[in-house]
Design a binder for this molecule. Structure first.
Ligand SMILES: [Cu+2]
Length: 466
């Protein structure tokens, strides 16, 4: 369900942009009016008028009606079976937010705008028919179907409806539900010397709906716990690797200045190690396991965020949220993430996620007050993909990224739309949601939005209309 929702939401965002551009072109006053799309007739807006008249494929008795629901982005049902070849009426009910069509190989197009219904008569031959939605991208996203005769496969293809699978790992319908990761940033630890026990746990985790991996964790969660301190504090981390672990592990705090071959060395199952550091610099920092191959230990869940505030603390705001972006390169169900996939020169993650689980804040929007100041601590844990962190509908009035500070109230009134974070980089952003509504959380590398990197802020009741 969540994969479908994520795709449909992506489409709503895209569709909103298309609608805005189309309606804008009809108005005066655009400084840069959108140019007509090349090859008109291929655009979504032009498609309805370009639809060929619906004519029966051949004369004769209509044997029945096949009702297909087109949604964003799939057909339901996608596969029909009829008893005999012949003429059938195909009725498309579009329940999506944008235009869809049913296009057959002979060129018959049954197009319906959002909320509309359209139909035509098609001739189904003995070998059956396949169909797609011809709006660019929709077939690739899953809008494919078939009509078979007598149960035989139509067109010899593997057409099936619904969103395209995001991964080569088969979904397990019986996988346990994921555990929601609380997105609220914790308060800074009290005092100036902190003793922190960090216990490593190797465990099974549902990382996306239907996908379970044997992850390695700091403290039992992916990401590990957010550790929040202030400049000048002393942090004594006792890393414990229980004897139930299969592997050695270690920890590397980017917020510390220590020798790699001292504090960061690996400990075997059954061992523990003290890693003492002082918070010398403020920022949003990564910690991770550095045990070889570090790529695998990070890709399999061993990372987290350290927030170091200035000595005097950060000014209070209304909401504080911590988001860690990272990638999942799925191994087989119930096994660790695939090192081979993670190690590709051009890595193609199955999922890109916020706080460990695909689409969790799409399913469970983060509620904030309308007009209130929201501060997000954001870290890109990678291991390998850049982030372009953006909250749709907002402008960051404050950005503190890797020591560079854009301040609210600056003389030029500069603002920021997206924060670029290479792996291991972190930032603090602040913004306001001006009206009740939904504000999507994305990386603006949009190929990953449909792969789990999508959440929502809900301001007020989420409904801008009341
Ligand atoms: Cu490790």
């Amino acid at each position: 369900m969540s994969a479908r929702r994520s795709l449909s939401f992506t489409l709503i965002v895209v569709a909103t942009l298309v609608v805005a551009a189309c309606s804008g072109s009809a108005k005066a006053g655009w400084t840069f009016a959108p140019a007509p799309a090349a090859g008109s007739g291929g655009t979504a807006a032009a498609a309805p008028s370009a639809t060929p008249p619906a004519a029966p494929a051949q004369a004769g008795e209509v044997l029945g009606t096949l009702e297909v629901t087109g949604f964003d982005l799939g057909f339901k049902p996608a596969d029909f079976s009829v008893d005999a070849p012949g003429a059938y009426e195909v009725k498309l009910i579009n329940t999506g937010q944008i235009i869809h069509d049913v296009t057959f190989p002979d060129g018959t197009v049954i197009a319906a705008q959002a909320g509309q219904t359209a139909s035509a008569v098609v001739n189904v031959p003995e070998g059956g028919l396949t169909f797609i939605c011809s709006i660019p991208g929709h077939a690739d996203a899953g809008m494919k179907g078939s009509i078979s005769v007598g149960g035989a496969a139509a067109g010899g293809g593997d057409d099936h409806g619904g969103p395209a699978p995001a991964t080569n790992v088969e979904k397990d319908e019986n996988a346990p539900a994921y555990t929601l990761f609380d997105p609220a940033a914790p308060q800074a630890l009290a005092g100036t010397v902190h003793d922190i026990d960090l216990v490593i746990e190797e465990k099974l985790m549902t990382v996306a709906e239907g996908f379970v991996q044997a992850v390695w964790t700091f403290g039992g969660t992916v990401p590990g716990p957010v550790i929040r301190v202030k400049v000048g504090d002393t942090i004594r981390t006792r890393l414990k690797n229980p004897d139930t672990s299969r592997l050695p592990h270690s920890i590397d705090f980017h917020s510390s200045q220590v020798a790699w071959n001292d504090e960061m060395t690996s400990i075997n199952p059954g061992e523990e190690k003290l890693y003492e550091w002082t918070a010398d610099y403020a920022g949003v920092w990564m910690y991770h396991c550095g045990t070889s191959p570090a790529l695998h230990h990070i890709a399999n869940g061993m990372y987290g965020m350290v927030i170091v505030e200035p000595k005097e603390g950060l000014p209070p705001v209304d909401h504080e949220v911590a988001l860690v972006q990272s990638e999942w390169y799925l191994g087989p169900q119930g096994e660790p993430a695939s090192l081979a996939k993670a190690a590709e020169g051009a890595p193609a993650p199955d999922y890109v996620v916020f706080n460990g689980v695909a689409n969790q804040y799409l399913d469970n929007p983060i509620e904030v007050g309308t007009g209130k100041t929201v501060r997000v601590f954001v870290l890109n844990a990678g291991p390998s993909i850049d982030s372009s962190f953006h909250v749709v509908g907002t402008i960051f009035n404050t950005v503190i990224k890797e020591g560079v500070h854009l301040s609210k109230g600056n003389a030029g009134h500069w603002g920021s739309q997206a924060v670029d974070l290479s792996p291991a980089q972190g930032a603090i952003v602040e913004f306001v949601m001006p009206e009740d509504g939904l504000y999507p959380i994305v990386t603006h590398a949009f190929n990953f939005v449909g792969r789990g990197a999508l959440g929502l802020f809900q301001a007020g009741d989420g409904d801008p209309k009341n």
